[in-house]
Design a protein around this ligand. Structure first.
Ligand code: NAD
Length: 502
């Protein structure tokens, strides 16, 4: 372990205040790094070479209680800070984030494995949420109606909720947490973040940087841990709302448990995204877009293409072009500039994905490219994999694989393609590639998905608009980011007043 930790200190996480000299991460509670009394710990590895980056404690109920209490204690004062003043803290946070931009990207690459360019994109998207939060004083404004009855006025105010809990997945270690806490905190709430135990370093660093920007103690807290830690957090009596992002079964369970405990909940879940390719699509452009969607971030994106639905005669040339392009995709360490696709998150994930490939074969799909066994030694690599002629009802079309595996299905018409996509229980994202405005319009109107791309392979969220899927890709009502987030993180109070003369 000592030698492995030595390796880690050469990584960009060398001077992390939230990680002790023993490599163990600390919780961030009331502005201080605390060693939680826990239920053990897990080792965090760089997926590109297996190097140990730290050890993450599994915080128990007592440790969660400590963090929530700190957030609850900080709430009254933070809620009273005038919004323009709160905003100044965010302005400083934004400046600190820009200053540490490259370091944050390197940290994301170190713990998640994605390429440096992908990590830069992720950190930039996260900073855009801070940009959005800078407009909060305007978004927090209420509404009024004077003289609703003679001499009577009504006013609606937006007020913060109290303590908000955030729970994040491994695939965007910085961006997904940043969908949540900058907006919640700008709205006047205090926050307890539980990052993924597989990528806990980026959030640890973000907490340091937010404190450096002058955020008062207790406004942003971090607890490390696993599912049990989450259960303690989302049922804690002092938590008012829960923002969750993760896999479908866990999202469903978190939604049920937290709702039953009386919390406001938004739970963004898994996906099985269909990309429809029409015979009139611009083929070279479409191939690049599909490859980037299916294999970018090693397929570990909730908006990743998972199924390509090839309509009519486009199937043959499309599969040939995809296979040729994938054959040239450079798989390797995300820290190297030439790498186009990094490793998957863990050895277990790699083995699980490999077994999904085996099942696909057993179900009769044709394996055009097999990525098993590809990639440098020592890391958790799996090359890009492509299936064609996937039979209807196959597991490859139903289950979220969350890795670099793409399934092609051949259909005869746009109607058939839309029907097939809509049979999926998920509805996170879907896209069409076509030169026809009419096909695009039909698709836009009929497809059951929250994020729709037209000649766009990854209809990615933007901070200024709401983001979530439909059907089993989302449990809740108000989506993440944009004005939905402001509504989610605030309560409305309506005041009716009359001032009798005399
Ligand atoms: P995951 O569900 O395994 O973990 C997510 C979080 O939940 C982690 O913090 C984890 O500690 C916690 N958790 C795990 N088991 C739990 C349990 N039983 N009870 C309570 N909490 C528990 O997800 P993951 O593997 O980290 O992330 C990948 C998944 O996230 C994919 O399914 C992907 O589609 C989804 N995702 C969705 C979106 C979206 O916007 N819809 C975005 C990113 C990722």
């Amino acid at each position: 372990m000592a030698r492995e930790l030595e390796q880690a200190v050469t990584s960009p996480v060398a001077d992390l205040a939230g990680r002790g000299g023993d490599g163990r991460l600390r919780n961030f509670v009331a502005g201080a790094w605390r060693e939680p009394a826990g239920r053990g710990e897990l080792v965090v590895r760089n997926p590109a070479d297996g190097a140990v980056l730290g050890r993450v404690p599994l915080t128990d109920e007592g440790g969660v209680d400590e963090a929530v209490r700190a957030a609850a204690a900080a709430f009254p004062a933070w809620a009273q800070v005038p919004p323009p003043e709160r905003l100044q803290t965010l302005v400083r946070f934004k400046a600190v984030l820009e200053e540490h931009f490259e370091e944050l990207a390197a940290l994301v690459t170190a713990e998640n494995g994605k390429t440096l360019d992908e990590a830069r994109g992720e950190v930039r998207r996260g900073i855009e949420v801070v940009d959005f939060a800078l407009g909060l004083p305007t978004l927090l404004m209420g509404r009024t109606l004077a003289n609703v009855a003679r001499g009577v006025d009504v006013e609606m105010y937006r007020v913060p909720l109290g303590v908000v809990a955030g729970v994040a997945p491994f695939n965007f270690p910085a961006m997904v947490p940043m969908w949540m806490f900058p907006i919640a905190i700008a709205c006047g709430n205090t926050f307890v973040m539980k990052p993924s135990e597989r990528v806990p370093l980026s959030v640890t660093r973000l907490a340091e940087l937010f404190a450096q920007a002058g955020l008062p103690d207790g406004v942003f807290n971090v607890v490390h841990g696993d599912g049990e830690t989450v259960r303690a957090l989302i049922t804690h009596p002092d938590v008012r709302a829960v923002s969750f992002v993760g896999s479908e079964p866990v999202a469903r369970e978190v939604y049920r448990t937290a709702s039953a405990a009386g919390k406001r909940v938004q739970a963004l879940a898994g996906a099985k995204n269909h990309l429809v390719v029409m015979p009139d699509a611009d083929l070279p452009f479409t191939v690049e877009a599909i490859v980037s969607s299916a294999y970018g971030n090693a397929g570990e994106r909730c908006l990743a293409a998972s199924v390509v639905v090839a309509v009519g005669e486009v199937a043959e040339p499309l599969v040939a072009a995809l296979s040729e392009r994938i054959g040239r995709l450079r798989v390797g360490d995300g820290r190297r500039p030439e790498t186009e696709m990094g490793p998957v998150i863990t050895a277990e994930a790699r083995d699980r994905i490999a077994s999904e490939i085996e099942r696909g074969l057993a179900e009769g799909a044709r394996l055009v490219r097999d990525g098993r066994g590809e990639g440098p030694e020592g890391g958790f690599f799996l090359g890009p994999t492509l299936f064609d002629h996937v039979p209807p009802g196959a597991r490859l079309l139903r289950t979220e694989i969350f890795g670099p595996v793409l399934a092609v299905v051949r259909v005869a018409s746009l109607d058939e393609a839309i029907d097939l996509a809509n049979r999926s229980p998920f509805g996170n994202a879907a896209a069409i590639f076509t030169r026809s405005g009419l096909s695009a319009r039909i698709f836009r109107e009929r497809i059951e998905a929250g994020m729709v791309g037209i000649n766009i392979g990854v209809p990615a969220p933007v901070a200024y608009l709401p983001f979530a899927g439909w059907k089993h890709s989302f449990y809740g009502d108000l989506h993440a980011t944009g004005e939905d987030a402001v509504q989610f993180y605030t309560e409305r109070r309506v005041v009716t007043s009359r001032w009798p003369a005399g």
